[in-house]
Design a binder for this molecule. Sequence first.
Ligand code: IMP
Length: 428
Amino acid sequence: MANVTVIGAQWGDEGKGKLVDWLSNRADVVVRFQGGHNAGHTLVVEGKTYKLSLLPSGVVQGKLSVIGNGVVVDPWHLLSEIEKIGGQGVAITPDLLVLADNACLILPLHRDLDQAREAAAANKIGTTGRGIGPAYEDKVGRRAIRVADLADRSALEAKIDRLLAHHTPLRRGLGLPDVDAGALLAELETLAPQILPFARPAWLLLDEIVKSGKRVLFEGAQGALLDVDHGTYPYVTSSNTVAGQAAAGSGIGPRGAGYVLGIVKAYTTRVGEGPFPTELFDAVGQRLGERGHEFGTVTGRARRCGWFDAALVRQSVALNGISGIALTKLDVLDGFETLKVCVGYKVGGETLSYFPAGLKAQASLEPVYEELDGWSETTAGARDTRDLPANAIKYVRRIEELIGAPVALLSTSPERDDTILMRDPFQD
Ligand code: IMP
């Protein structure tokens, strides 16, 4: 199988960046297909840490990297990330980075709206405040400015007018000052010459790449439980994060997604608001957070932590058509006497094997746990299954059974090489 799609199978922050970086060795192109700079991918390569939010993780390996049409792009942020990574020795040129000319832009007015709404809301979503939701709203509302518009002053002028006709009343309602159309036009015209050299019909490039038998690696952002349709709505992000979006968000066609690799953390975390059945508020949760360094890459917020939820990941396996998983951060569980795994939920005397869509049921459900023996040895840095304690292997095998998908890779530290390959996704 030629292509691989990597997605987060929980609420994001499963360690996708490291796995994409590791797999990009075997790929010819790396493609982002949804989300924006709300994502945070940390790569540790030979002791050097790279923090990416918008650039595909393949850039660090010097792989051709594509930001697809499904991504919402803050052009100012893109330029600053290019400069930051350039400062770390990775020169981002149009030979390395392609930006879909039909991707929609995030503007400062989107960020203003995101932040003002969050500040005013009684029920906060806990967004990253980067304008992601409002930018997707304008895309679906057919008034977004797209990358290609930067090359066309008259299109830009007309689109700014249309956009402001929508945003001005919203801003006034939230007590925000009006946006000056001329100033926005001037700002966009200033950055256009820096952005446009990267702009191309990405779908056409991908079509050529696929026809020439090259391998594409799709890099998801966030996680399936934050999907706008399938996640814990309304506490979700504003894009489809499931593997199916790799096709629509890049223009490659549904057969192109290939092997779907779900990235799964050996326990559960979530940032922002919303339901989290296995969340721990005690010393165990605190220990998971400390040992796992669970702080958001983008916002620095402490992540909420809890036991592994096999019912939710089983749901994610189905929603994404997951072929196999990469299990990350097993070492954070080292030293626990017993470990709990959620296998389903109790709702009003009934047992459910899946997470229900209704808010009332979500609020009242209780996790049903299975207990497993822990291990005292360390698994950190293991590079062979023979280096793992027997109980760690039992934990991994039980997870496979419960979620209905095999473990293809095990990641035992943030370092690229601390990875155990059990099945090669590019060969499977
Ligand atoms: P937004 O994507 O900024 O609109 O935020 C919506 C929800 O998605 C919030 O709960 C965020 O914390 C969450 N979120 C967005 N991006 C990420 C990510 O990369 N990892 C984890 N959570 C995220």
